[in-house]
Design a protein around this ligand. Structure first.
Ligand code: GCB
Length: 668
């Protein structure tokens, strides 16, 4: 392992990146419009039906995909993107487990159906969890995994006759098994004195609601038949020269030319190249810096790629523009370096979660969240506990919010979830994730899992293999997983570059005793560091709080307790960040939905009157913002802290000053 040789590590990463690419088959470029590409979003109302039959297979037995859904039975209107759980008035749908069916007609522009030089692709941004897709009754795609995109080339289908529209049917199953990511189990309740015949529930080992449906945009897009299938960029810096290593994969023709051109933010061409692989050199490059670390953070160049290819029908051109941030990432024994400078993560853990839409993508919510992050002075977040929408990653690139990109490997606690079947699937998910997110400068580290039972015997081999594979896919970024295991028992941490550790002192034990936090936290850090000499991130800490509940002296669930607990953590973080702690991420940015159980509140004996509307006695309330994105007292505390941290760790004092959003708590 090359940790400790930060410079070498970064350079080697850039040199090896081409090797990793060979492992990734096929691209998953974000669908964008260009001179050669069109895109047609299919967001809006779809027809919908949940298969409530005993075995949940009536839809397949009656082949609901063969004819319009309205012909095989009643259907509902269902918005896309959205989870289906919270939009209806039928209680059975909220907790439904099994197959649901979505359908809509898509009008097709004449050129798409008549021009055989046009390739028409159907792309699904996220269908949770298992999806099967038919177009006009013909099976075109199948995909496992709820948080990453998949697509199907449907040109032949839509170009086979004089069509003006096509019917898209998507069947989605949210059932989880010990081998899915995240894992889950179905429990049949067979006591007929208590449960009807065939009764089952789905159990999970993660703390968020298993929302399901078409969570992100479904769209059609076009390319020419010879097209730019994938672009991979890895950057480096030599003195003040930015190095942009690129590799381009073309499909649909063996005979082609590629021209690449790098433009700065003013639109001036700063470097040019030709061919499928090469290095562009940018003298006096503007580096991509995190938010609050530089006067001009998040500098993005544009890599314009032009393909000219020979096809049976003659020459065709394809154009694609990729935003590129030039930056380096490296890890030493005690530091996380971005562009060679120590970077301290001060930010949040998030969820894709909101009222009504569940995990459905929503622009207003996204923009609000980024405004809150910047108000807070947060420079980073972790995509706990699954990859977020591509548009989220794009905004991180644009605003300089650094990302620890996490896979859906959450709740891996059963021995069965360490089987070869699980491992194989997890390797594939990492491939899909790296393929999708590899070009985002904001992504500085991959997290392969959250809080697995990493003390179980098979965990050693599992994480060794998984982390090695992820590094092989992308040697330019460090890899971690987030642990809550004991430092002596953890079998996965030997393989990570940065130790990410969660702890809930004075919350899940020592209830109410905030006075023990400092000792316990300091011991935690010292034990991990002494054992491994790797930088550490406090990747979760926090306390549940019900907005408006005040108790002084602080009691659990009061706003005062949340603040008080954070302050105790901050004392130790302030000591250890001078040594080897490189970050702190609060749990959680906002309150979020969970399964219903006595765990969240009942057990804690919180007075029932606290649950009067709009509060509900469900969900995780560790947010520093409510689910509706209003600040609790702790948000103001963190805001003051984060801006102060930014002020200390920035490269230039003016960087912070020039980026104050609203009234920053800092004075100059
Ligand atoms: C954790 C988990 C997170 C939970 C959180 C909690 O350690 O990683 O998913 O929501 O604790 O609030 O219990």
């Amino acid at each position: 392992m090359l940790r400790g040789l930060a410079g070498t590590w970064a350079v080697l990463g850039a040199l090896l990146w081409g090797c990793g690419l060979a492992l990734l088959q096929g691209g998953m470029l974000y669908p964008q419009e260009s001179r050669s590409r069109e895109r047609k979003e299919l967001d809006g109302l779809w027809r919908f039906r949940a298969d409530f039959s005993q075995n949940r297979r009536q839809g397949f037995e009656q082949q609901w995909y063969r004819t319009p859904l309205r012909e095989s039975g009643p259907s509902l209107d269902m918005p896309v993107p959205s989870s289906f759980n919270d939009v209806g008035q039928d209680g059975r749908l909220r907790s439904f487990v099994g197959w649901v069916w979505y359908e809509r007609e898509a009008a097709l522009p004449q050129r798409w159906t008549e021009d055989l030089g046009t390739r028409v692709v159907l792309r699904v941004g996220s269908a949770h969890y298992y999806a099967i897709v038919w177009v006009n009754g013909v099976h075109v795609a199948e995909h496992e995994g709820g948080h990453l995109p998949f697509e199907a080339d449907i040109s032949r289908l839509v170009q086979s006759g004089p069509l003006s529209s096509c019917r898209i049917t998507i069947a989605i199953n949210n059932t989880l098994s010990p081998n899915t990511l995240p894992p889950g189990t179905i429990l049949y309740k067979t006591d007929t004195s208590k449960y009807p015949k065939g009764y089952f529930v789905q159990n999970t080992n993660f703390d968020f609601f298993n929302y399901a449906g078409l969570h992100r945009t479904v769209l059609l897009y076009t390319t020419p038949t010879a097209y730019i299938d994938d672009i991979t960029v890895a950057t480096d810096v030599d003195q003040d020269t930015g190095l942009v290593n690129y590799q381009i994969v073309v499909q649909g023709s063996e005979h082609f030319q590629l021209e690449v051109c790098l433009l700065d933010e003013e639109g001036t061409v700063v470097a040019k190249g030709t061919g499928g692989r090469g290095q562009l050199q940018v003298p006096s490059a503007h580096l991509w810096w995190p938010y609050l670390m530089h006067e001009h953070p998040a500098y993005l160049y544009s890599l314009e790629v032009k393909l000219t290819a020979q096809t049976a029908a003659g020459f065709v051109s394809d154009f694609y523009t990729l935003p590129v941030g030039i930056r380096t990432v490296a890890v030493t024994q005690s530091q996380f370096l971005i562009n060679g400078k120590p970077f301290y993560f001060h930010g949040v853990n998030k969820h894709e979660d909101a009222d009504i839409r569940g995990k459905g993508f929503d622009w207003p919510l996204l923009v609000k969240d980024f405004n809150l992050l910047r108000w807070l002075g947060a420079n980073a977040f972790r995509t706990s506990h699954y990859p977020y929408a591509e548009e989220v990653m794009q905004l991180c690139d644009r605003y300089g919010i650094v990302v620890i990109d996490e896979s859906p490997g959450v709740g891996i606690v059963l021995a069965q979830s360490y089987s070869n079947v699980s491992l194989q699937h997890h390797l594939e998910v990492m491939e899909e994730m790296v393929r999708r997110d590899k070009n985002h400068p904001s992504v500085v580290m991959w997290s392969v899992a959250n809080e697995p039972a990493s003390f179980l015997k098979p965990a050693g081999y599992y994480f060794k293999t998984l982390i090695a594979h992820t590094k092989a896919l992308d040697p330019s970024r460090p890899v971690t997983f987030v642990t809550n295991s004991n430092y002596e028992a953890d079998l996965g941490v030997p393989y990570v570059d940065v130790i990410c550790v969660n702890s809930y002192y004075s919350w899940y034990h020592d209830y109410g005793h905030m006075e023990v936090i400092q000792l316990q936290l300091a011991t935690q850090f010292e034990s991990w560091y002494k054992t491994y000499q790797k930088p550490i991130i406090q990747s979760e800490y926090g306390a549940e709080t019900i907005t408006g509940f005040h108790e002084d002296p602080p009691l659990m669930f009061s706003e005062e307790y949340q603040k008080g607990l954070l302050e105790q953590y901050h004392v130790v973080l302030d000591q250890k960040r001078k040594e080897y702690v490189v970050g702190e991420l609060i749990w959680n940015f906002a309150d979020f939905m969970t399964d219903q159980c006595k765990w969240q509140f009942g057990e804690w004996n919180v007075p029932l009157l606290l649950f009067s509307a709009p509060q509900r006695p469900i969900g995780n309330r560790k947010g520093i913002f409510t689910r509706q994105r209003q600040p609790k007292s702790a948000a103001f505390l963190l805001r003051e802290r984060y801006w102060k941290l930014a002020n200390e760790t920035k490269c230039h004092r003016s960087a912070v000053k020039s980026q104050c959003v609203g009234n920053s708590p800092l004075t100059f």
